[in-house]
Design a protein around this ligand. Structure first.
Ligand code: NAP
Ligand code: MG
Length: 405
């Protein structure tokens, strides 16, 4: 079979530890034999970040903006232990944080649903994607512990020194206060990313706030989403046969629990933090969760939602067998290849991505899986494979799928 040709390179961001090992095996076994793979390679492994004073991360993010599609391996976010372990010059920032700041995107997390790994919520038949706003609110707050009697006020001073004031509370005794903010620009970017993503996957978009109680702050989110929708997306949504649905946060939570899934759920920052952890554990496993950063101009960065699986890596270094799940890493590649294929009009690349994902799902559904899934599956008589064994089991099905095209 002739290898599939690519026109534009993908931005490839390599990473750390066990996921770096999986990265190479996935490329060698599942990609390079079938695709004339073109990538612009950035090594975001911790040593390289240290060596380049983290310039490599900035270069990689700018390359993603330039080329439009990136695929990223999990990376270590250094803490004090890692600084010692790797003898780092300093405690470099989270690469994901740096990339997000440069690309200005929204993170979408979506579970990979397979037969035999049943969601904890019985009605869920299709995946639910969470879109989390990644700026402001409680994550950029100002807080004061109130020592006793007094008045707390909210004060805004304009450049010309005029002020807007609002009493928060007249305290009779000790208490607490907190200030939040957000920006019209950031909310608008968030809205654009959500509408673009929903169109891309052809799923309804749900959004909720508490604007009955927060008549200015939360209402602003609703108003900006409404405006962006009516001005830019209403027609496109109609054409795609999908719906934008706004309601209250407590109402949406009740509806999610009774739904069958299959939609995108846009969440304010805190709601997204809390709800994405609930969703991923209810759908089964962090190793079965994809994550994609979408910027408001439609540039994409695909990755797995889990980390570098440090404990498995240390076993691997000692020469012990590991059974690390590569599904989310494989789906990061298939997502990026499909998007590249769609942007460049290469149908073979899109079909390859579909075949690869189908092969992964078939492998698990036919009873071959890594240890994390073998523990929670409802299937009986399953075979637990090691890290490489699973990828080779996928390869066998991939060949069948490709032959059938
Ligand atoms: P982790 O790598 O997600 O792993 C935590 C545990 O979850 C593992 O020990 C393992 O449990 C299980 N697990 C996660 N992914 C798995 C997979 N693919 N297959 C099988 N089991 C899996 O989180 P961490 O150990 O807290 O973090 C390790 C490093 O990753 C840290 O340095 C952190 O900074 C980094 N990190 C990076 C990203 C990113 O780049 N996106 C995200 C999160 C964390 P068992 O040990 O019970 O098998
Ligand atoms: Mg969290």
């Amino acid at each position: 079979m002739e290898k599939i040709r690519m026109t534009t390179p993908l931005v490839e961001m390599d990473g750390d530890e066990m996921t770096r090992i999986l990265w190479q095996i996935v490329k060698d076994e599942l990609l390079l034999p079938y695709i004339d793979l073109k990538t612009e390679y950035y090594d975001l492994g911790l040593m390289k970040r240290d060596e380049t004073d983290d310039q490599i991360t900035i270069d990689a993010a700018n390359a993603a903006l330039r080329l439009g599609v990136a695929v990223k391996c999990a990376t270590i976010t250094p803490n004090a232990d890692r600084v010692k372990e790797y003898g780092l010059k300093k405690m470099w920032k989270s690469p994901n944080g740096t990339i997000r700041a440069i690309m200005d995107g929204t993170v979408f997390r979506c579970p990979i649903v397979v037969d035999g790994i049943e969601p904890a919520v019985r009605s869920w038949k299709k995946p639910i994607t969470i879109a989390r706003h990644a700026y402001g609110d409680v994550y950029r707050n100002a807080e004061i512990v109130i020592p006793g009697k007094g008045v707390a006020e909210l004060v805004f001073t304009a450049e010309d020194q005029t002020q807007i004031r609002e009493v928060i509370h007249e305290f009779d005794g000790p208490g607490i206060i907190q200030g939040w903010h957000n920006l019209d620009g950031s909310i608008s970017s968030f809205a654009h990313s959500c509408f673009e993503y929903a169109l891309d996957v052809k799923q309804d978009l749900w959004f909720a706030t508490k604007d009955t109680i927060s008549k200015k702050y939360d209402a602003r989110f609703r108003e900006i989403f409404d405006k962006v929708y009516h001005e830019e997306y209403e027609e496109k949504f109609k054409e795609a046969g999908i719906v934008y649905f706004y309601t209250l946060i407590d109402d949406v939570v009740a509806r999610v629990m009774k739904s069958e899934g299959g939609f995108v759920w846009a969440c304010k920052n805190y709601d997204g933090d809390v709800m994405s952890d609930m969703l991923s554990s209810a759908f089964g496993s962090l190793a079965m969760m994809t994550s994609v950063l979408v910027n408001p101009d439609g540039k994409y960065e695909y990755e797995a939602a889990h980390g570098t699986v440090q404990k498995h890596y240390y076993k691997h270094l000692k020469g012990e067998p590991t059974s690390t799940n590569s599904v989310a890493t494989i789906f990061a590649w298939s997502g990026a290849l499909r998007k590249r294929g769609q942007m460049d009009g290469i149908e073979d690349l899109v079909s390859f991505a579909d075949a690869l994902e189908k092969a992964v799902i078939r492998t698990i559904e036919e009873g071959e899986m890594t240890g994390d899934l073998a523990l929670i599956t409802s299937k009986t008589n399953v075979t637990k494979l090691d890290s490489t064994g699973f990828i080779l089991a996928v390869k066998r099905r991939l060949e069948e799928e490709l032959n059938a095209i």
